[in-house]
Design a protein. Sequence first.
Length: 155
Amino acid sequence: MKRITGMLLGLFVSACSTHHEIKIPKPPCLYPLKHYDFILCRNFNFVVNESDYSIPQGFTTDLASVPRILWSIYSPSRAETIPGAIIHDYFYFCPQDMNRMEADSIFYDALVLQGLSKGTAFKYWLSVRLFGQSHFNQGAICHHGYTRTENTIGY
């Protein structure tokens, strides 16, 4: 039984990524906001499959949208999840030519790149696959100066 469970988990884990080459040259700079949101204090630059991306200063994120009851197990502010969560939030708001499955796959690969185990990264990936549809903004018009919320603490 354990062997079958392991094989199924392996199959699911391999399905959650197309193995993107992701480079994050510099960690993101974040300021805390009210209601557990964060705002980028400078542009956050990264590379996916040799394509350069820049998330603009002022972008607001809640990092990983983990229910509070689970924060002691899966903290949204865990260092290994922060870059991937910001990238994922940005691609959900501003998908450009990317579909939701691709954004979720990049999220998984970014989590693994930052040192999260494949099993834990799979749990985050599965969560966004199961519950993320209503948050995906297909066809968004991307512009600088976007923030999800206006709940700043005075920054």
